[in-house]
Each structure stands twice: as C-alpha cells, then as structure tokens.
Design a binder for this molecule. Structure first.
Ligand SMILES: [Zn+2]
Length: 210
C-alpha cells in the first residue's frame, strides 16, 4: 500500500492554506508575519530545524500569532540523496524540537521506504500550488500569477520565507493576499497533527508523473 500524503484540503470551502518553507530567518520571516497580520491571514511555516534553533524568538512569534508549524528536516536534506538512517535522524530531531506532527520533505523528495515509515508517524504535507519564488529565473509577477491562476478551494500553496526567495516573495505575497481575499478566500493554518485532521481533509495520492 502507498502511504497517504496531503496534497490539498477541503475542496468545498473557500479556504487557501499558505505555507512558507525554509525559515525562519530574520531577513524574511518577520516581514511575512506582518503581511499576514495585516490581512488577518493564518498560514503554516515549515521550519528548518537549525534555523528554528538559531532564531527561537521567531518560532515563538509564529506560534503566538496563531500560525501552524511543521518540520522540514534539521538541515534541509534531500531524502532521495541520503541514507535512510541519517535522513530519519534529521527529520525526527526537527519534528521533536518543534513538537509538530506536520512534516514537509525538502524538494518534495522521499524514497518509498522513507515515505512509508514517516507517514505512520507524521502528516506529510505536499502542495497543489507552487509559487516558484525559489527560482531566480521566475519574475515576481510570474510567481504571483502562478498562485492566482491555480489556487482554488482547499489549495496548499508553497512560498519560502528565505533570503533566496525574498526578491520575489516581497512582491508576490502582497498581491496574492489581496487578490485572493478580494475573491472571497480566507487563509487558515493547517491542522497540527494527523489526529487533528478533519474528515473533510482529503489525503490524496501523488499525481502520476510522466
Ligand atoms: Zn525547503
């Protein structure tokens, strides 16, 4: 049996789940939190363990402002390029430090064994919309349009609160927040653990890749 991954939330509610990977960092995360607050928006931050360890005050602020927190490995490892033992150590140390059941694999990459074991313990959160803000060849306008064209009810959208994504994030995020809000969407944090996941959440299979 394939393990289940979460690709999107409830398609019947006008809700979008914004997610921010690779932080927290002082160069981007406080600004993201300010933008979210100005729209009354909640989101989920998939933190790298070493960043969370370096900036505990940012983790505290994320929690204090009602956002969700998930793990993204201790040091941003690619599961497909790692020995399972070393990979699990990186995942588990991050999950434990953040006390979260939500996990997003860096690059979305896991081997089948890793996926199987980790999905027993954590909710593995993927996405159905990528902003592309990590890609320096992508213009900020294109990043915003990537989200605005593809977001729909229950979408899980990927941004990055990182130094690398910052030039695109700073222009794309405000547009996305404003436009989607004008379309009547609200922004919620993902429920914090597998046991918390409402029945309406659909854990679907990964799309088939050619
Ligand atoms: Zn990442």
């Amino acid at each position: 049996m394939y393990p289940k991954l979460l690709w999107h939330g409830d398609r019947d509610r006008k809700v979008v789940y914004l997610t921010f990977d690779d932080g927290p960092v002082p160069e981007a995360t406080p600004w993201v939190l300010d933008r979210l607050a100005s729209h009354g928006a909640q989101a989920t931050f998939f933190c790298v363990g070493s960043n969370a360890d370096a900036y505990p005050e940012l983790v505290e602020r994320i929690r204090a402002e009602g956002h969700g927190i998930g793990g993204h490995t201790w040091d941003h490892r690619n599961g497909r390029k790692e020995q399972d033992r070393a990979y699990f150590r990186s995942v588990i140390s991050c999950q434990n430090a953040l006390a979260t059941h939500l996990f997003r694999p860096p690059y979305g990459r896991l081997n089948r064994h890793q996926m199987h074991l980790l999905s027993r313990r954590y909710c593995i959160v993927m996405w159905d919309v990528l902003s592309g803000d990590f890609d320096a060849r992508c213009s900020p306008d294109r990043c915003a349009r990537n989200v605005l064209f593809h977001a729909r009810n229950g979408s899980i959208v990927v941004f990055h609160d990182s130094v690398k994504a910052w030039p695109r994030l700073r222009e794309a995020l405000p547009r996305v927040l404003t436009d989607l809000q004008e379309q009547g969407y609200s922004f919620e944090a993902l429920p914090g653990s597998t046991t918390d996941l409402p029945d309406s959440f659909q854990a679907s299979m990964p799309p088939t890749r050619s």
